[in-house]
Design a protein around this ligand. Structure first.
Ligand code: CU
Length: 140
């Protein structure tokens, strides 16, 4: 009799490797990174966390020029995709953010930026970044 233990183990390894590669591909997709001027004395960065089914805080208000960073502290893959009702409006899209990874985007124009997570939009995983004028007029 042939007990097929080795193929079973290799299948598991292949699965783990594929999942890792899916996660790594996120860093390569950044076609919307316009205007990443880091040294212009802009507002401090803001951070939004990601739990298993939600953004936290889901709604934030930042001053124009702020870089918002999303950090995936959960154990599932998320995306930060601009748009509403699951329809991407092509403003920004993180691609897959694996557990432990992060995504940053700088908001250079005033406005409302609704976004969602592609895998979990049907579970209500959505958020909004509201970008307001930087009214710090004291020459700072
Ligand atoms: Cu998600």
């Amino acid at each position: 009799m042939n007990t097929q233990k080795i193929p079973f183990v290799s299948l598991f390894v292949v699965l783990v490797v594929s999942l890792t590669m899916i996660g790594c591909s996120s860093s390569a997709s950044g076609p919307n990174d316009d205007g990443n001027g880091n040294g212009n004395g802009g507002p401090a960065p803001s951070v939004v966390g990601m739990s298993s089914q939600s953004f936290s805080p889901a709604n934030i208000e930042v001053k124009v020029g702020t870089t918002v960073k999303w950090t995936n502290g959960s154990n599932v893959v998320h995306t930060v995709t601009s748009g509403t009702n699951g329809e991407h409006d092509d403003k920004f899209d993180s691609g897959n953010i694996a557990p432990g990874e992060e995504y940053s985007y700088q908001f250079t124009e005033i406005g409302e930026y609704p976004y969602f997570c592609i895998p979990h939009v049907s579970n209500g995983m959505t958020g909004t970044v509201t970008v307001v004028e930087n009214n710090n007029s004291n020459g700072y």
